[in-house]
Design a binder for this molecule. Structure first.
Ligand code: NAD
Length: 443
């Protein structure tokens, strides 16, 4: 089948590569000529495990093409995927300008029936706005070409995106047209063979499902972080509490890790957008508000612990950071906890010496050259001359470090483990002060 994808970011490229991999002809469109040039010259603009190889194979096989030409995109595919960003507006609601600009481009250039498949995370009611935008442009052109708008929210996780797309837990198709549902079912059939995971529903419920999922996941994290702070105050160990409660199948072990807060391009913005949607309709979403507020506070916690350790004076102190990406296996730094820590250190007159296995380039792009940021070539070099170490992202390679070496390199031997990934007893036995989340400090 011929498929066009608008937006060549995390979602667009993964969707395009996976659909090409099963035999479809995919044309990826983006407004950023640098991204398209890079893709056309064999590169991939983002880090996502397995993506580079998948794109290369399908580009070489002639099933995947890249262009900035929206008209060519509209002409190409029966399916017109919308996978552009929906960043937060100033008030936290989702900014739909990119989605609607794609809708207008489609309305402008379509000559025959098209299915607009919305993969971007968009507030309930957006499909109606997309349809209205297409109709408006068509009316200006004096044409009326049939089309459908489908809500098909994406649930992939950065870092495991290809596996998630290839073997999804669910494929949600929101449409009021049974014929369109069948076409989507055919497109997704290769990813739906094991057992039927495709759910059709009305468009509004599909749009809402994505926000509901992300809000639920963010709530789990903030809930655990709330508990971790109470655990610390009462002298309990949140890691023991975590395993204690996870054993109840109604709770489960998944996604209940305490830490220094969630980031990324989805949870923060989606919780805020859902909150704004609710407020706009006159409903006060108290729980959603608390989820975000707890997370905001949690992201400041590492800095606070470090500052307390140094008696409130970080002027001239240098802190090593292990991990910059908002989670492992991605270079995405949108709303990452590392940014809050670094920016707080800088505001307090301190320095950061940072290392991340894949997000160095992105950090350089975000912050440029600055005297209070050293981008170290590896984890050990990041320690040299630093006063203390903060672990901000739970990359596997940080999990079992050489504690004696850490003690040797640091001026003041203290580790602040923002993800509770280290064995504090080993750290303490090596003569380090070990501070983590939700546990009384081991001294
Ligand atoms: P991204 O920022 O990585 O990519 C978006 C791309 O769209 C950019 O390359 C941008 O240049 C391009 N673009 C903007 N306007 C365009 C236009 N008019 N025509 C063509 N391209 C255009 O974003 P992303 O992380 O892939 O997210 C896209 C959407 O999917 C968002 O709504 C997001 O909330 C949602 N989502 C993201 C994830 C994730 O893990 N990243 C998961 C599920 C859903």
């Amino acid at each position: 089948m011929d498929v066009t994808i608008f937006g060549s970011g995390y979602v667009g490229l993964v969707t395009g590569a996976c659909l090409a991999e099963v035999g479809n002809n995919v044309l990826c469109i983006d407004i950023d000529p640098k991204k398209i040039d890079l893709l056309n010259s064999g590169g991939v603009p983002i880090h996502e495990p397995g993506l580079e190889e998948l794109i290369k194979n399908n580009r070489d096989a002639g099933r995947m093409h890249f262009s900035t030409d929206a008209e060519a995109g509209v002409k190409h595919g029966l399916f017109q995927f919308i996978a552009v960003g929906t960043p937060p507006d100033e008030d936290g609601s989702a900014d739909l300008q990119y989605v609607l600009s794609v809708a207008r481009a489609i309305g402008q250039h379509m000559g025959t029936y098209r299915i607009l498949v919305d993969k971007s995370t968009v507030p309930v009611g957006t499909a109606d706005k997309v349809a209205a935008a297409v109709r408006e442009v068509q009316a200006a052109r004096g044409v009326s070409v049939e089309f459908d708008v489908v809500s098909n929210p994406e649930f992939l996780k950065e870092g495991a995106a290809i596996e998630d797309f290839m073997r999804p837990d669910r494929i949600i198709v929101g449409t009021d047209n049974p014929r369109t549902a069948e076409l989507l079912r055919a497109l997704y059939a290769p990813f739906n063979r094991n057992h039927d995971r495709l759910m059709t529903m009305d468009i509004r419920s599909a749009e809402f499902t994505k926000y509901a999922a992300n809000a639920m996941l963010a709530t789990k994290i903030s809930f655990m972080n709330e508990l971790s702070n109470i655990a610390e105050a009462v002298g309990a160990d949140i890691e023991k509490v975590r395993t204690g409660i996870g054993s109840d199948p109604r709770i489960g072990y998944q996604f209940i890790y305490p830490g220094c807060g969630y980031g990324g391009s989805c949870f923060p913005k989606d919780v805020r957008a859902l909150e704004q949607t609710a407020r706009g309709l006159g409903y006060d979403p108290q729980l959603l508000h608390a989820v975000e507020a707890v997370n905001f506070r949690q992201k400041e916690l590492l800095f606070k612990k470090i500052s307390d350790y140094f008696g409130g004076d970080l002027k001239g102190r240098s802190i090593a950071l292990w991990g910059l990406a908002f989670k492992p296996n991605t270079d995405d730094m949108r709303e990452a906890s590392s940014r809050v820590l670094m920016e707080s250190l800088w505001a307090a007159g301190g320095r950061a010496q940072a290392f991340d296995p894949v997000a160095m380039e992105e950090t350089r792009r975000l912050y440029g050259e600055r005297a209070d940021l050293l981008l170290a070539p590896d984890a050990v070099s990041a320690l040299d001359g630093a006063d203390a170490l903060a672990i901000v992202t739970e990359w596997s390679q940080f999990r079992s470090p050489d504690f004696a070496l850490i003690k040797d390199r640091l001026k003041s031997p203290a580790i602040f483990d923002g993800r509770n990934i280290l064995d504090g007893r080993l750290a303490t036995a090596a003569g380090l002060t070990y501070v983590s989340i939700g546990r009384t400090p081991l001294v």
